[in-house]
Write a protein that binds this ligand. Structure first.
Ligand code: PLP
Length: 387
């Protein structure tokens, strides 16, 4: 990266001379753009990808964010979507036709799984889920019609890693396109493009925004590939962010380095405390030496971020509920990546709806936010005493 990180987060692409030299870029809250002549309009229509015509394709506030995301992910270009799921769906659908086959890591993000199991089969696209802890499982699952690999390293519930360089190299040997959901790591701790992955997606709702007040997604890759996705699936599906949300995301990015490192520092302290506690059977967090893929984590990730899952030594669901209900510093909620610590008990999603019935009831996912880590540990300690 030629840019230093602090410059990238705080200045790159902000073109202040086009915004009254305001220090903070103005929000271009406009749906469309006007031209002095027919010829001027005609020229822009040919270049909708990177010139303002209509906000679904290009908006100057969103464009600033696109530039920052591209540089952060060591990519040529990036697109911003109305959600992480939209980014993933557009990236996959852009590379599919009837008869194709996708190989995906098992236990991916729930709506990535739904894309493969619910939506794509209706259009003749088949899939296989593989245990990605051995990259060779991707090779073994290849069929003559396999065109796409999906990785999510680590996945955000059981934290299993895929060796991204190995998966990318298998893909290249077979002309297969690769996507990595990099939400967990943020672009600061892992850059899959450096390992040969073609496209990187994030739920920007999580670390990138970091304040639990925006739902958005990003996709990064080569300029040619991003242009293809933009001029077809992005524009057709139309899941665009509002300029205001793009602006909030840029505000969130200013503190990305501080937030993500704080969350990771505290997670290390919390994970070590939990690992040594008698009421905790297992801590799923790749930063621990006891994690079965710790060596791979050290190899391909700069640091391990602040999301983990614990398995409680609890006899039944009510014991899990006693622990969760007594936690004062961890809000019971889905999502993660904001300033606030969260808990997500698997047993809360194991009802008649049939969600997550394949996971043990004693699992609780913890997100470590920006609070004092000792206060979080004290809180966990008293709640563990309630089991
Ligand atoms: C939240 C999440 C998504 C989906 O992102 P949205 O912004 O909620 O659509 C995808 N992948 C991972 C790992 C996530 O945590």
């Amino acid at each position: 990266m030629s840019e230093d990180l602090s410059h990238l987060l705080n200045h790159l692409g902000e073109d202040r001379e086009h915004g009254y030299n305001a220090v903070v870029p103005p929000i271009v809250q406009s749906g469309n753009f006007t031209y002095p002549t027919v010829a001027a309009m005609r020229a822009v229509v040919q270049q909708e990808y990177d010139r303002p015509l209509y906000t679904r394709s290009y908006n100057p506030t969103v464009a600033m964010l696109r530039r920052k995301i591209a540089v952060l992910e060591h990519a040529e270009d990036a697109l911003v979507f109305g959600s992480g799921s939209a980014a993933i769906a557009a990236a996959v659908i852009a590379h599919m036709k009837a008869g194709d086959h996708i190989v995906c890591v098992h236990k991916p993000y729930s709506w990535t799984k739904k894309l493969l199991t619910d939506l794509l089969p209706r259009f003749g696209v088949d899939h296989a889920f593989v245990d990605g802890t051995d990259a060779e499982n991707y090779r073994r699952a290849i069929r003559p019609n396999t065109t796409f690999f999906i990785t999510e390293s680590p996945n955000s519930l059981t934290f299993e890693l895929q060796d991204l360089a190995a998966v990318a190299s298998i893909a290249k040997q077979h002309g297969i396109i690769t996507l990595c959901d990099n939400s967990f790591n943020s672009p600061l701790f892992q850059n899959p493009i450096d390992s040969g992955i073609d496209m990187v997606a994030h739920s920007a709702t999580k670390y990138l925004n970091g304040h639990s007040d925006v739902v958005a997604g990003v996709l990064a890759g080569t300029k040619e590939r991003m242009r293809q996705v933009m001029m077809h699936e992005f524009m057709t599906l139309g899941a665009v962010p509002s300029p205001h949300d793009a602006w909030l995301l840029m505000r969130g990015l200013r503190t990305l380095e501080l937030r993500v490192n704080r969350s990771a520092d505290s997670a290390g302290k919390v994970a070590r405390f939990l690992e040594s506690h008698p009421r905790v059977k297992r801590v799923h967090w790749p930063g621990l030496e006891s994690h079965p893929q710790h060596a791979l984590a050290l190899k391909q990730m700069k640091r391990v971020a602040g999301l983990m899952t614990i398995e409680l030594d609890a006899p039944d669901v009510s014991a899990v509920e006693r622990f969760c209900d007594h936690l004062r510093r961890f809000l019971i909620a889905v999502s993660w990546g904001g300033y606030e610590s969260l808990q997500w008990p698997v047993c809360a999603l194991q009802g008649p709806s049939g969600y997550y019935t394949d996971l043990p009831f004693n699992m609780v996912r913890l997100y470590i936010g920006l609070e004092d880590p000792q206060a979080l540990i004290d809180d966990l300690s008293q709640a563990l005493g309630r089991i």
